[in-house]
Design a protein around this ligand. Structure first.
Ligand SMILES: O=C(O)CCC(=O)C(=O)O
Ligand SMILES: [Fe+2]
Length: 256
C-alpha cells in the first residue's frame, strides 16, 4: 500500500471507484484527482522542483498543432502547418534526488494497477532511456506551451506549483479523431485565431491529471508573475523496452 497517496479521498483499490474514474476519463477526455498526495509528500516535491529549476534545459521551439513536419499540400498559414511557439524548460528523471517520492509513486504497484484499469491498458512500463519516465516541466514568467495534440494516447501530470496568474491548461474537444483520421481544420483555425470557445481546467497544486491529449487540442497559457509553473509528468509505455528517440531527446532535453 502506498504511504504517499491520500487513499481516504482516492480509494485506488476499489473496483467501483476505478470504474467511475474510467467512465469520467472516457467521457470527458480528462480526469482530475484533487489533492492526490499527502501534504508532506507534496511539500517535498515542491522543494525538489524548485531546487532543480536552475538546472532545467530550456527548449524553445516552433511547431504546428499536430507536432508533425509541415505538409506541402497546404500553405504555411493553414491550420495544418501554422507554426506556434513553445518555451518550456525541463528536468529529467536521472536528475531527481534518489529519494524523490515521485520515483516511488511511478513504481507503486497499486498506483500502476489503478492506472491500467482506468486507461484500459494491460500493462504499463517505464521508458528504457534514463530521462523520460519522470520529468519536471517549468514555465517561468512568459513561458508557455502552444496549442497541440499529443502523440501519446494518454498523459499523466501532477501540478506541483501553480503560478500567481496565467499558466492555465486550456482545451477544446472534438477537433480530431485519431482512430478515424478525422481532423477539423476549420475548428483548429478558429482556435488559433481566438475565435473559438475554449475550456479551462480547474486545477490546484497537488492535483493529479489524466488526459487523452491525442484527440483534444490543448495548451498552457503564458505564466504571469514571479512564481514558476511546475508540473511533474509521469510517463509510461504500453510495451517494455521503449526509449524516446534520440532526436526527441535532443529536442526536449538537449542531451542523448
Ligand atoms: O503542462 C501541462 O499541464 C500539460 C503538458 C502537455 O500538454 C504536454 O507535455 O504535452
Ligand atoms: Fe500535451
Amino acid at each position: 500500500m502506498s504511504n504517499l497517496i491520500r487513499l481516504d479521498q482516492h480509494p485506488l483499490a476499489d473496483a467501483n471507484w476505478r470504474s467511475r474514474c474510467r467512465k469520467e476519463l472516457n467521457h470527458n477526455g480528462v480526469l482530475v484527482l484533487h489533492k492526490f498526495l499527502k501534504p508532506k509528500v507534496l511539500q517535498t516535491i515542491i522543494d525538489d522542483g524548485n531546487a532543480l529549476h536552475p538546472l532545467a534545459y530550456r527548449a524553445d521551439s516552433r511547431h504546428n498543432v499536430y507536432l508533425l513536419e509541415p505538409d506541402d499540400a497546404y500553405n504555411d498559414d493553414h491550420p495544418r502547418n501554422r507554426e506556434i511557439p513553445s518555451t518550456k524548460s525541463c528536468i529529467t528523471h536521472d536528475q531527481l534526488p534518489a529519494d524523490s517520492p515521485l520515483r516511488q509513486l511511478h513504481n507503486d504497484t497499486l498506483f500502476k494497477s489503478f492506472l491500467c484499469d482506468v486507461l484500459g491498458e494491460a500493462n504499463l512500463y517505464s521508458f528504457a532511456d534514463p530521462y523520460s519516465s519522470i520529468t519536471f516541466h517549468y514555465a517561468a514568467e512568459g513561458q508557455e506551451l502552444g496549442w497541440h495534440f499529443d502523440n501519446a494516447s494518454f498523459a499523466i501530470t501532477f501540478l506541483v506549483q501553480k503560478p500567481r496568474a496565467g499558466g492555465e491548461f486550456q482545451f477544446v474537444r472534438d477537433l480530431r479523431n485519431s482512430e478515424t483520421g478525422m481532423t477539423d481544420y476549420d475548428g483548429v483555425g478558429a482556435v488559433l485565431d481566438d475565435r473559438h470557445p475554449v475550456d479551462t481546467l480547474n486545477i490546484e497544486e497537488g492535483d493529479l491529471v489524466l488526459f487523452r491529449g491525442r484527440d483534444f487540442l490543448h495548451r498552457v497559457t503564458p505564466t504571469r508573475g514571479d512564481v514558476t509553473r511546475m508540473i511533474a509528468v509521469l510517463a509510461y509505455n504500453t510495451r517494455p523496452g521503449v526509449a524516446l528517440t534520440e532526436s526527441a531527446r535532443m529536442t526536449f532535453y538537449g542531451k542523448l
